[in-house]
Write a protein that binds this ligand. Structure first.
Ligand code: ADP
Ligand code: MG
Length: 388
């Protein structure tokens, strides 16, 4: 962006791929975080006199125009955040979009309709990519959340626009996550969440890279089952038990300490008000819903010893208050640590805000999947396309 602005964008049509994939509830924006995050790049471009056209996806309309996935409600919210009018265009390509973008004056901004109303977007269709490129003298990618997808608006479009640049949000994300790839040690990785299968490749990549790998959430039970421990009715993925063993072996041979819960909060049912107990061994008929207090303390102490922390996935069913203690304790532990800390993942960020420690975390990543892929060491197609 610095380089781009230094060479001037006044009067230029700048197509910005943002991540405005916000949750909607009854047709209104339910959470502004992604809108807020995309504002700095847009503001700089507006102030530099660019004619800004913003594109994004929202939800999964699967290539069809579905009104419930319209970006229209985002336009007034974006306008509030920017402090300037944002016009909305119900097409993101074609004559109407061209006309709307052509009408922009220097420093004005328009939001175009959901990219995924067109099947060509996720297929990285060359014709759709060219149609997007027709709107732009300059292309800026600022959508970290979709940088791991080779779509028309993240990859294809870059082949047809002469000037391309990396937005400030995307750059900041990459810089912070690079710290996890190339960490000050010890590096502590805390992984939780629902499923081992969701995060198997990151477990495999980080087991030999981290100094300490602490596992919580439901994925811990597959590891416990792999060791032959009783797991009761906890969420286990039987066909991932061999994979879990492989992760344990990889950690061992690399000298990484792999920590599993030593105690558990178990409940008779995964619902508020169900009877609960704290146990070392999960009894038959009970279900693990959170790491126990001893485990939470141990993970939190690891956070004090670490110089770099990467955390993804809550430690328990934190949406239910009685099962949120483990996530809370570990979250506070990360916040108290002087280590550089990076937390990513949709539910993880919700948990951080719930615990109220957001301002004590070095970096909150806006893109769960993209952050995991980057930390694994993979090249993000959307980023590689900018380096071309
Ligand atoms: P993120 O969105 O941060 O990447 P995930 O989507 O992987 O995290 O996992 C979050 C989900 O995992 C939450 O809905 C939470 O309730 C669930 N979860 C965590 N621990 C357990 C558990 N012990 N049993 C069942 N679900 C769990
Ligand atoms: Mg999630």
């Amino acid at each position: 962006m610095d380089e781009l602005l230094a060479t001037g964008v006044r009067g230029q049509r700048v197509l910005v791929r943002s991540d405005l994939n916000v949750p909607l509830a009854r047709g209104a924006v339910a959470d502004d975080a992604r809108i807020e995050a995309s504002v700095p790049t847009l503001r700089r471009l507006i102030e530099a006199g660019a004619r800004v056209a913003v594109v994004s996806h929202l939800g999964r309309p699967k290539g069809e125009r579905k009104p419930e996935f319209s970006l229209r409600p985002v336009a007034p919210r974006l306008a509030e955040w920017l402090g300037t009018g944002v016009s909305f265009c119900e097409e993101c390509v074609g004559p109407r979009a061209l006309e709307r973008v052509g009408e922009l004056e220097d420093g004005q901004i328009a939001l175009l309709e959901n990219l995924r109303f067109h099947a060509g977007e996720t297929k990285n269709d060359p014709d759709f990519a060219r149609a997007l490129a027709a709107l732009a003298d300059v292309y800026v990618n600022d959508a970290f959340g979709t940088a791991h997808r080779a779509h028309a608006s993240t990859v294809g479009v870059t082949e047809h626009v002469a000037r391309v640049a990396c937005g400030d949000l995307l750059r900041t994300e990459l810089e912070h996550l690079q710290v996890v790839r190339d960490p000050e040690r010890p590096l502590l990785v805390i992984l939780g969440g629902a499923k081992v299968s969701d995060k198997l490749s990151v477990l495999e990549a980080l087991a030999p890279h981290a100094n300490v790998l602490a596992v919580g959430g439901a994925m811990a039970y597959t590891f416990l089952a792999a060791r032959g421990d009783a797991v009761g009715n906890s969420l286990v993925e039987p066909d991932r038990i061999d994979d879990a063993r492989r992760v344990v072996d990889a950690a061992k041979s690399a000298g990484c300490a792999l920590l599993l819960p030593t105690d558990h909060v178990v409940a008779e049912r995964v619902e508020s008000g169900a009877p609960t107990r704290v146990v070392r061994e999960i009894p038959d008929g009970w279900c693990g819903v959170d790491i126990g207090p001893e485990t939470a303390r141990a993970y939190s102490e690891e956070a004090q010893a670490a110089r770099t922390i990467f955390c993804n996935g809550p430690m328990g069913v934190f949406e239910i208050d009685e099962f949120a203690r483990g996530t809370e304790t570990v979250g506070k532990g990360i916040a108290m640590s002087s280590a550089t800390s990076v937390i990513g993942g949709g539910d993880s960020l919700a948990a951080v805000h719930r615990v109220g420690v957001a301002d004590r975390i070095t970096h909150l990543s806006t893109g769960g999947g993209a952050a995991l892929e980057f930390v694994e060491g993979r090249t993000l197609p959307g980023v590689a396309a900018l380096d071309r």
